[in-house]
Design a binder for this molecule. Structure first.
Ligand SMILES: Nc1ncnc2c1ncn2[C@@H]1O[C@H](COP(=O)(O)OP(=O)(O)OP(=O)(O)O)[C@@H](O)[C@H]1O
Length: 350
């Protein structure tokens, strides 16, 4: 008898991603940086780490990784981050690490972080967590880090973007593959198209103990309210397919955003004058979606931090082009100033 369908589903999702990681690994081994590597030298087997909170999604992920990796000659390890936000969280983290070792993962580490306050509690915890995961990946020379985000998490992310009134990039949610410092394809999300219930079921039938983070049900957190009140209300009003539709929206938006980004990169060179300043008349002629991307990029290059640059900032800069009535300089985050001078748009740190 084969494995339970839920277990088969999580394993298949992980196996696909491990194949991608192996392909990337072999491609990079085929390009020796020094040119001195012997063509017969086999690259060492890659290490893949699972980022595990001890929750159902990432425990299911850890179990599938432990099962699939050895079959492909991949080493599998795990990291759990102790955010230090609840009493006894250090013991919890040790317990999660123990469970990961019991699954046969090696190396396994539990790493403690200090969560700051920047951007609110959720964003601060996330920043600290990714910094710790990046550091662990570097320390162990890992080829990739797996994250347990599911299709439900993706739907929540799309709704949050929608409610913020942001553009297609934000509606495109989380990428199946994304980067960390110095490693463009470090993070992989094998469960992004998988129903959260399947991960839960897979833990249950494998008798894996899971821990439910109290933050996930704490109504003080926006995402938690969305998960427990917002999405169920939407499903009640619109039908069960909402989560799937939102996840599909993410993919469609990602493709659109990628295409518009590419268009903006191409158009950028054509709107600059001989000394590299942006020409307002040429910007005016572009579609707003392309023009705003160019303006946003120019602000970032001038030193505005991407994370604090919002749509309303760019709209205001855009009005220097489309609604010119002699406005003064526009102040942007990072002490960047945008102003119109003699038909040119000057964006620089002031
Ligand atoms: N404390 C942690 N240590 C290590 N990885 C974590 C931790 N918290 C979250 N992650 C990783 O980030 C993913 C998303 O976490 P998030 O808290 O947004 O989702 P979740 O639905 O609570 O996931 P899970 O059920 O796995 O806890 C997790 O699946 C896991 O891979």
């Amino acid at each position: 008898m084969g494995p339970h369908p839920a277990v088969a589903a999580i394993r298949l999702a992980v196996r696909r991603v491990l194949h991608d990681i192996l392909n990337d690994h072999h491609a990079s081994a085929d390009r020796p940086a020094s040119g001195e590597q012997s063509p017969h030298e086999r690259p060492p087997s890659p290490l893949v780490l699972v980022a595990c909170s001890g929750g159902a999604d990432s425990m299911a992920l850890a179990s599938a990784l432990a099962f699939e990796a050895p079959k492909l000659g991949i080493r599998a390890g795990g990291v759990t981050v102790d955010h230090g936000l609840q009493p006894g969280s250090d013991l919890r983290a040790e317990e999660v690490a123990l469970r990961l070792r019991e699954l046969g993962l090696d190396p396994v580490e539990s790493t403690a972080v200090t969560v700051g306050r920047d951007g609110g509690p959720e964003a601060a915890a996330r920043d600290a967590r990714y910094a710790a995961l990046d550091a662990a990946a570097e320390r162990h020379g890992a080829a990739a880090v797996l994250l347990g985000h599911t299709r439900d998490d993706q739907a929540e992310t799309v709704l949050l973007g929608l409610a913020r009134g942001s553009g297609t990039r934000s509606l495109s949610g989380m990428a199946a593959v994304s980067g960390g410092p110095g490693a463009a394809r470090r993070y992989r999300r094998p469960f992004l198209e998988l129903d959260r219930q399947i991960a839960r079921k897979a833990c249950m039938v494998q008798s894996l103990p899971v821990w439910d983070d109290p933050h996930n049900t704490d109504p003080a957190y926006t995402r938690s309210r969305l998960r427990h009140e917002g999405l169920p209300a939407l499903e009640k009003a619109l039908g069960k397919g909402v989560v799937e539709a939102l996840a599909r929206t993410a993919q469609l938006s990602r493709d659109d955003a990628d295409a518009l980004d590419a268009w903006a990169r191409q158009a950028e060179a054509s709107v600059r004058d001989a000394v590299g300043l942006l020409e307002c008349a040429k910007l005016y002629a572009l579609p707003p979606a392309v023009r705003r991307r160019i303006l946003r990029q120019a602000a970032i290059e001038a030193g505005a931090p991407a994370g604090s640059l919002f749509a309303r900032h760019i709209e205001e800069v855009d009005r220097l082009i489309t609604g010119w009535r002699g406005q003064g300089a526009i102040n942007l985050p990072g002490k960047v100033v945008a102003q119109r001078q003699g038909g040119r748009l000057v964006i620089r740190q002031g």
